[in-house]
Design a binder for this molecule. Sequence first.
Ligand code: AMP
Ligand code: ZN
Length: 480
Amino acid sequence: MYLYNSATHKKEEFKTHTPGHVEMYTCGPTVYHFAHIGNLRSYIMEDVLEKYLRYAGYDVNRVMNITDVGHLTSDADEGEDKMLKGAKREHKSVMDIAKFYTDAFFEDCRKLNIKRPDVVEPATNCIDEYIKIVSGLMDKGYAYFAGGNVYFDTSRLDHYYVFNDHNEEDLAVGVREGVEEDTNKRNRNDFVLWFTKSKFEDQALKWDSPWGVGYPGWHIECSGISMKYNGEYLDLHCGGVDNAFPHHTNEIAQSESYLGHPWCPQWFHVHHLNTATGKMSKSKGEFLTVSLLEEKGYDPLAYRFFCLQSHYRKALVFSWENLDNAQGAYNKLLKKIAALTDTAGTVDEEVAGTFKEKFIQQLGNDLNTSMGITALYDVLKAKTNDVTKRAILASFDEVLGLSLLEKADALREKEQKAATAVGGYTVTGEGDPAIDTLVLARGEAKKAKNFAEADRIREELKAQGIEVTDVPGGAVWKRV
Ligand code: AMP
Ligand code: ZN
């Protein structure tokens, strides 16, 4: 596979520390609110990447943290703890908020066919891990204690900006936007590894540490959880592009300083979902959730389909019109698959093999998911039997996660159920029992030669926008 690597700014052949095995880490959600569909764009694309790697034959260990402590409202160690903010907003405890929104996150993931990572670990479960790393950094002189907090000393690094060429001036903008400059920091980019109560008196969760009672910074949790469950050599780190700086930059700084060797060579960043007014964000108040899409009548998988139509490295603009188009295209695709009803014959392994090879190759070009979608239409058009087509589509869907066969079969079943047969008279329609009953009544009236009644029912149906056509042995109705 070839993947764009944010750390080298190049598309590169994907390599792993242990051949055939991928240690993969994903920054999980901060559980102080529902995930918005922008967050979920990142998780959908990461899910496809994981499934692709498995499909291509790798064995994958994927780890994800749940941020339930330490993420402040500004990524630059300023402002209130996000979890505390959520708890205050809802008059609940931080732990209740964390549980509620963690469950809500995985419920959204389930609806979007996002597989649960092999390891999911709340940040509050690994305090000992962070203390071990921070102590190690203190011992090696990469960290210092000032004003009650432990800071990472970025001046000790030769190369701090891995992903972009920020300079000190650019960062001053962040400081202006934030609260006030932290005078404890020796260098502007230094970041907090461990907070103590001296800075945030009202922090709900605190733990004992060699530097006093306090809580971890946000960045250290990802390094700690990854080292605990992925080991010292991580192959692939994923997250939304907004996390590249400072979060991932700081993860690299502290992990490599602690380990004394390179940590993760490959960085996968998903670009943003934007609305007309810019990046969708949790802190900007109004945002779109999976539940809202459902309330408006969309299938969450139509949103997944929408995401897959675009490349992960391009910003994606969300609008209801765009989602309508995606839902329409998804429905049409399902209808086409539902029409593959011929069960004669067996899978043509040669045809299937050729298709799969091409699919692996196309998707393996920097996770080209829109080519993956196109491949589905190619299968539908192929000169082979329905059994083979269904088998290939099912196989591709292991990566794309669009529930193609399940949904198509359900659609066909629904259409078949719409055929109601009574006394040799069959009504076929679009799956509305009330209409079926009326059409049936019309058939019976005709049989009894009560044509006035039959006409009256036809008019009644017409008024509801239903057109009835008589066919041998029954009638077919449709909405016009
Ligand atoms: P958070 O819950 O804020 O920690 O974010 C969870 C994930 O969503 C992170 O990987 C973010 O980088 C990512 N993310 C945040 N906003 C967006 C967005 N508008 N589009 C895509 N990904 C996003
Ligand atoms: Zn992280």
